[in-house]
Design a protein around this ligand. Structure first.
Ligand code: C5P
Length: 225
């Protein structure tokens, strides 16, 4: 009996979206990466407000922006198209500028409330693999399968470095490692919906494992033969 709703959480660059996308494809489910929503709000705030310091203004923005996530329209490595008020921001939301500010924005309770509402609406339809930090704990606590994907900070920085380089983006290993460390710290210590392992989650440590080796473990958990 395959789980209808699957929650995948874990720290930054632990391979969540890569694994979740593959799993969703094998199951014929929707793949939904909630991180892109927080990234899109952050991009909107940086562009329209100039910074992310004004919690009230950022929250109002989060309640008004229209974020849409669709199957990829181009074959350039994107996992989904992300639209912000109709504009394609798929790559813009992965900039180091957004990386540096997204954890501040996602710690604002009003922003989380607005995003969580939309995520639940999508998750409750079922046949979905949803990825984030608080999916198993807050967004979809009833998910039938919860996976917590983890890896050491150095391994995650190495993966993100190689990923950025392969996309022709500027990549500095030390900067990437420092950004991941900071984001993890803010994400795990915030008041509302911090990153933590749900009591009923299966933890998968991925250091030294290939994507296919991680998939073998995940398939077992999802009862895919
Ligand atoms: O997964 P990704 O690294 O793209 O997420 C970007 C940021 O969005 C995280 O560092 C975190 O601050 C925030 N986030 C969150 N809750 C989620 C997904 C992402 O707070 N469910």
């Amino acid at each position: 009996n395959k789980p209808k709703t699957i929650a995948i959480d874990g720290p930054a660059a632990s391979g969540k979206s890569t694994i979740a996308e593959k799993l969703a494809n094998e199951l014929g489910y929707l793949f939904f990466d909630t991180g892109v929503m927080y990234r899109a709000v952050t991009l909107a705030a940086l562009r329209r407000l100039g910074n992310v310091r004004d919690e009230q203004a950022v929250t109002r923005l989060a309640e008004r922006v229209w974020i849409d996530v669709r199957p990829p329209s181009k074959d350039d490595g994107r996992k989904a198209d992300v639209l912000l008020d109709g504009e394609d921001v798929t790559w813009a939301i992965r900039s180091s500028e957004v990386d540096a500010h997204v954890s501040i924005v996602s710690a604002y309770p009003g922003v989380r409330a607005a995003m969580t509402r939309q995520q639940r609406r999508i998750g409750e339809r079922g046949e979905v693999v949803m990825v984030g930090r608080d999916i198993g704990t807050v967004v979809l606590p009833e998910a039938e399968l919860k996976i917590y994907l983890d890896a050491s900070l150095e391994e995650r920085a190495r993966r993100r470095y190689l990923e950025n380089k392969s996309r022709g983006m500027d990549a500095n290993y030390d900067e990437i490692l420092e950004n991941l460390r900071k984001r993890d710290e803010i994400d795990s210590t915030r008041e509302v919906a911090p990153l933590r392992i749900a009591g009923d989650a299966h933890v998968v440590m991925t250091d030294g494992l290939t994507i296919e080796e991680v998939m073998q473990q995940v398939r077992k958990l999802a009862h895919i033969e």
